[in-house]
Ligand binder design. Structure first.
Ligand code: SAH
Length: 367
């Protein structure tokens, strides 16, 4: 990956819109700025582009190897067994992208007696464009598939959730330590009318962060996704039924100040303020923060583990050998895909996996 010029700033249609808004109202909090970059109806990245895969801006694990989705499907089947093999049962995916993970998972699940019979697949997807791709990819899976664009309420049915690369775009925001204390980070305009990082109004202080990071130097940044909202949503969704969720994403296992906001466009990194609406913006997930909020909401947490460790325990090596023996012509490709998912310096180490479950379930498989 080579980088774009860090000084490059493009006046995309969304940049012009946001600048006008900032000129009128003053600095915009970063969470709101990122929200517009991703979801503005006319110009937002996810709202207007089908972004994932070889031809898109970035490539994800299910697009690299079919084994990823297959193993998660089998993981869900084992969880279903732990739940007492209930029927009906809901299998959710949050942020299903092109639908590849779910298609692979369902193919693997077919071989598990009984699981498919009472299974309903439910996809949470806010992008109409991606939803159309998902409809295409999942047309012939042989189980009912339904869509929602927001967190579902409890259906009083046991539920299993899969979510790969969903957390990193789930309402990221940052705070910055100033003379007056921690404040939400914001985007303003410099003398030349270009976006620049600043702090929100002094009324938007975050005293709780002074308690968390008392010695942090001025200018320190602390970032999180909307972990609290997520935990509340999962709690509502679970109700009093067996509930298990698996989140896989890049991030770190301990909370610490740091700035990981990144933009990716066309498989390259660029400065996050370069091309609003035309690049994917995300942060490294603070898994400790996610785990803390889940526990506060009354859910149990397993992990985090690295992706490499987790997939290893689910039997990725054995599965790859079988697949390679059955498709000798594709053996090289299969091996390369698995190596990429497992690389300790790459996805295998940088991606983490966390399990979230209702208290009435034992530790989830693989943890
Ligand atoms: N899981 C897929 C795609 C990851 S990209 C894969 O691994 O290939 C993130 C996905 O989450 C996209 O499908 C995006 O549209 C969706 N998404 C992000 N935030 C969302 C939200 N708040 N509600 C619903 N879907 C969301």
């Amino acid at each position: 990956m080579s980088d774009y010029d860090p000084n490059e700033r493009r006046d995309t249609p969304l940049a012009l819109k946001l600048k006008a808004q900032i000129e009128r109202d003053g600095p915009m909090e970063l969470g709101q700025f990122i929200g517009a970059c991703l979801w503005d109806e006319a110009h937002g990245y996810y709202a207007t582009k089908a972004v994932i895969g070889r031809g898109g801006d970035f490539i994800t694990a299910p697009e690299i190897s079919q084994i990823f989705g297959e193993l998660l499907g089998l993981w869900a089947a084992v969880v279903w067994g732990q739940m007492g093999s209930p029927s009906p049962v809901n299998l959710f995916e949050f942020g299903p992208g092109r639908g590849t993970l779910m298609a692979d998972a369902l193919r693997a699940i077919t071989r598990v007696p009984g699981f498919k019979d009472g299974l309903a697949v439910k996809l949470m997807e806010a992008s109409q464009l991606l939803r159309a791709l998902q409809e295409e990819g999942l047309a012939d899976v042989g189980v009912p598939v339904a869509w929602t664009d927001r967190f579902p309420a409890s259906e009083a049915v046991p539920a299993i959730v899969l979510a790969n690369e969903f957390l990193d775009v789930y309402a990221p925001s940052q705070s910055i330590k100033t003379e007056e204390g921690w404040r939400w980070r914001a985007i303003g305009l410099d003398d030349e009318g270009r976006f620049q990082f600043t702090a929100s109004r002094p009324t938007r202080l975050r005293p709780e962060l002074d308690t968390m990071w008392p010695g942090a130097p001025l200018g320190s940044v602390y970032e999180t996704i909307a972990s609290h909202d997520l935990a509340e949503a999962l709690k509502q969704m679970a109700g009093s039924d067996p509930f298990a969720a698996l989140f896989i994403d890049y991030g770190h296992v301990e909370s610490a100040p740091g700035d990981s906001l990144q933009a990716v466009r066309d498989h390259r990194f660029e400065h996050p303020l370069t091309s609003p609406g035309e690049a994917d913006l995300s942060i490294q997930v603070d898994f400790a923060d996610v785990a803390r909020e889940m526990k506060v909401a009354g859910l149990a947490v397993d992990g985090p583990l690295t992706q490499g460790e987790f997939l290893g325990r689910l039997g990725i090596v054995e599965r790859a050998s079988k697949l390679m023996a059955a498709n000798p012509a594709k053996a090289g490709e299969i091996e390369a895909g698995v190596a990429r998912l497992m690389a300790p310096q790459g996805m295998g180490g940088r991606f983490k996996v966390i399990g979230v479950r209702s208290l009435n379930l034992p530790k989830l498989p693989g943890f």
